[in-house]
Design a protein around this ligand. Structure first.
Ligand code: SAH
Ligand code: SF4
Length: 409
């Protein structure tokens, strides 16, 4: 099931189980159930299936191997069977850019030619990987570069997990997967609205959290949503990760202007969903993201209203103030530094933590809201030709206003 606003938005889903080359399926992205079913289907004896699935799982997700031959504790016969039917295939990293501040941005091309970006942000005590959930985004927030993309499709669970795999390849993490960990945290804050791709995001995060695989704890994973109210509770219940909510304004008129989704789910609905978020408490707060836009949402009155709302809904919350990151063609400007500082002080005085997030990787356009792959720069015809050449079903739609009447107007 694909989750869509109003139940009718035409996000076209990609191939669920991509047949890649020579009829072989990519085993990366299989969850445990898929893996067992697939092994059984290709002739692994039933009584071995559970054990073999665990072994293969370990090699794929704990050790990061890229060939079945490397799976030395799997019998030769089974390895041959696996190689006959499956591939272990990463998507192509078309470009890896390294920022002066250590941030790395990967442009990743999937089997059908569509592209998305993934960003690695090292800090003193952690390394965070910012993962995309869609190619583009249907939501068109006015201040976000991703929102201007024309092509949109959901990423599969395999494509979401693959972003972590290629980052770990590049960071040399597989040598010592537990102690030598460089990706310690994940944020679903790349391109796309993760709650409009709920099932695939859930499946991908289950793979990432599995204790015999990549082993990242749910406490180290944060999902950011623009406020897709009907799926927020499910996110807490079924995935159980930390929640970040893109607030960006404290009045409905302003929020609707900069985030058209507010016309569908307004502030009151979003804040009520936050108050009901399963697992949120003082030791595990909801993060409100608030991008500082000059003369739009940055007044003292806005800061005071933010404090009032958080108190009114009794939210265990902290606020992340994000200096607006510019991109070519934007109408917005970042608030002045003094203004951001003042805003932060007011929120702190109201008893709520409100640090200013230092922009990272701005020199390589890797900072929040700057991501935009080249997927839209080619014509539809070019893209269709490429997709046909890759023997994949093309899965395009245009995030035009007409297709998404409910978010515009
Ligand atoms: N679609 C999700 C997650 C991705 S965006 C969401 O909207 O929450 C990650 C964060 O960056 C969001 O809070 C988003 O609103 C913010 N953002 C988008 N464009 C930005 C920009 N140009 N400068 C600063 N932050 C931006
Ligand atoms: Fe989409 Fe998030 Fe950008 Fe809005 S801010 S357009 S929801 S990626």
């Amino acid at each position: 099931m694909q989750i869509t606003p109003n139940g009718h938005e035409p996000i076209i889903s990609p191939r669920l189980d991509p047949a890649l080359k020579d009829g072989k399926r990519n085993i990366l992205g299989f969850d445990r159930e898929d893996m067992k079913a697939a092994l059984l289907e290709v002739g692994v004896p039933e009584k071995q299936v559970k054990m073999r699935a665990s072994q293969v799982w370990h090699w794929l997700y704990h050790r990061g191997v890229t060939s079945f031959d490397a799976m030395t504790n799997v019998s030769k016969d089974v390895r041959a069977l696996l190689a006959e039917h499956f591939l272990i295939e990463r998507p192509e990293v078309v470009e890896a850019q390294y920022s002066n501040d250590g941030t790395r941005k990967y442009l990743i091309r999937f089997a059908d030619g569509n592209e998305a970006e993934t960003v690695y942000i090292p800090e003193e005590d952690r390394g965070t990987l910012c993962i995309s959930s869609q190619v583009g985004c249907t939501l068109n927030c006015k201040f976000c570069h991703t929102g201007t993309m024309r092509l949109v499709r959901n990423l599969t669970a395999g494509e979401i997990v693959a972003q972590l795999m290629v980052a770990r390849d590049d960071l040399g993490e597989w040598e010592n997967p537990t102690e030598g960990r460089r990706v310690t945290n994940i944020v679903m804050m790349g391109m796309g609205e993760p709650l409009y791709n709920f099932d695939n995001v859930k499946k991908a995060l289950e793979i990432v959290m599995d204790e015999e695989g990549i082993q990242l704890s749910r406490r180290r994973i944060t999902l950011s949503t623009s406020g897709v109210v009907p799926h927020m509770e499910r996110c807490g219940q079924e995935i159980g990760v930390n929640l970040a909510v893109s607030l960006h304004a404290v009045r409905d008129d302003v929020r609707s202007e900069i985030m058209p989704i507010n016309k569908k789910y307004n502030l009151e609905q979003v804040l009520t969903a936050c108050a009901n978020y399963p697992g949120a408490h003082n030791a595990r707060r909801i993060t409100f993201e608030y991008t500082m836009l000059k003369d739009v949402n940055d007044s003292d009155a806005d800061a005071k209203e933010l404090v009032r709302l958080i108190r009114k809904y009794k939210l265990p919350a902290k606020v992340n103030l994000i200096p607006f990151n510019p991109w070519p063609g934007t109408d917005y400007q970042c608030s002045d530094w003094d203004r951001i500082q003042r805003f932060s002080d007011i929120v702190y005085e109201g008893g709520i933590s409100a640090p200013v997030r230092t922009p990272r990787g701005r020199d390589i356009m890797a900072a929040c809201g700057q991501l935009k792959s080249a997927s839209e720069k080619k014509s539809r015809a070019e893209r269709d030709r490429e997709a046909a050449a890759a023997q994949a079903e093309p899965v395009h739609m245009e995030a035009s206003d007409s297709a998404l009447g409910w978010v515009t107007g």
